[in-house]
Design a protein around this ligand. Structure first.
Ligand code: GLY
Length: 375
């Protein structure tokens, strides 16, 4: 039986970045994935590094979101240097487009929320926003400009992080996912795999929306899949610089000229079908923001499964089982929260202390809820 300092269930971006962090600290690490690693939510995402809260309910995420934004440049440098691969980072800012007659008091509230978190943000009129992005619709009345926001190519980043982890000595096992926790008297001794067991002092569950399928994990990580349909467009007539947001809809330009358009949020179990309704919604939204996209070519369509939690917040930290940590439930913020997740899990495993307060995201919050309901 193989034995490591740490084993990670799940080889997506979160699992790979945790493995890279731990291996960089000198730990012997292995990653187990049911399939080829990096083919789920990390592959399907749009790659935005956008800490701006979509609503005030998400404000509790801001401290770790901002910490992650601060960690991003060094994280990318480490990944690019170690892997020898570029991740398509762009820091051209974002525009939040207000098409629906948003009033001044609402704009002031959004600005106060952003600035209170230390995010640079300014209100623009429609014409001012069109000076920055001439392809925007003439219907636009107002926008919030967030000049510091960034994006990257999440597929390149995931691939490069896995490669960096390998080069740091992480052993990666595709097609050999975790079936169950290996638990004994309050301690997690490792993982039961498809046909064997693996032993470790530390076990990290980072299998996205599949985490709850690993026997023994659901009580800590009751995650469900939230399907997001997406598409990649190419249009010579449109040269976007900034990421564009409007409600849940977004357009994200890539360095290779594609524009990533998304996304739906659907609770359909583990279904990954791309539907006419989903594509219609995205295309209607995209054209309403940038009318010239009507002539765009559709290069690719896909759907991915975000790991959502009952309160839509991430599930991060140690559990009441010694040696077991959870890192999932990142919902719509997986790319954003990758560096801080890797850093905090790494800090906990190496020093049992963390540099950010992760108590609000504890996996134990669901155990408490179960017990108070009498479950
Ligand atoms: N991060 C954007 C989304 O989940 O659609």
């Amino acid at each position: 039986m193989k034995s490591y300092d740490a084993v990670v269930a799940g080889g997506g971006l979160i699992g790979a970045s945790i493995a890279l962090e731990l291996a960089s600290e000198g730990l012997r690490v292995a990653v187990f994935d049911v399939q080829e690693p990096g083919r789920e939510a990390s592959w399907a995402s749009a790659g935005m590094i956008s800490p701006a809260p979509e609503n005030s309910a998400m404000a509790s995420l801001l401290p770790i979101s901002m910490a992650s934004v601060r960690l991003y440049p060094a994280f990318i440098q480490r990944v690019e240097e170690t892997s020898g691969k570029s991740v398509g980072y762009r820091k051209d800012g974002a525009l939040d487009l207000l098409l629906d007659g948003t009033g001044q008091s609402e704009i002031d509230e959004i600005l106060a929320l952003h600035r209170g978190a230390g995010l640079r943000a300014e209100a623009l009129s429609g014409p001012e926003a069109r000076e920055l992005e001439p392809a925007l619709t003439a219907e636009l009345r107002a926008a919030i400009h967030r000049p510091d926001e960034a994006s990257l190519d999440n597929r390149l980043l995931t691939h490069a992080t896995l490669e960096a982890a390998r080069r740091k000595g992480v052993e990666i096992f595709p097609g050999n996912g975790a079936k169950a926790l290996w638990a004994a008297t309050g301690t997690c001794k490792g993982l039961h795999l498809q046909n064997s067991r693996v032993e470790a002092k530390w076990t990290v569950i980072a299998a996205g929306c599949f985490s709850a399928r690993i026997e023994g994990v659901a009580g800590y990580a009751p995650v469900t899949p939230a399907k997001g349909q997406m598409m990649a467009l190419r249009c010579e007539a449109v040269n976007l610089k900034k990421d564009l947001w409007s409600g849940h809809m977004y357009l994200v330009p890539r360095n290779d000229g594609r524009i990533i358009a998304g996304a739906t949020v659907e609770y359909e179990g583990f279904d990954r079908n791309v539907t006419v309704a989903g594509m219609k919604k995205i295309l209607t939204g995209a054209i309403s923001l940038v009318p010239a996209l009507e002539s765009a070519r559709i290069e690719e369509t896909w759907a991915g499964l975000r790991p959502d939690s009952p309160d839509h917040l991430p599930i991060l930290g140690p559990t009441n089982m010694e040696g077991l940590l959870i890192a999932t439930g990142h919902f719509r913020s997986g790319i954003l929260l990758t560096p801080v997740t890797a850093r905090l899990v790494g800090e906990w495993i190496t020093t049992q202390k963390v540099s950010e307060d992760w108590a609000p995201f504890s996996p134990m919050r669901f155990q408490t809820a179960r017990h108070s309901r009498g479950a």
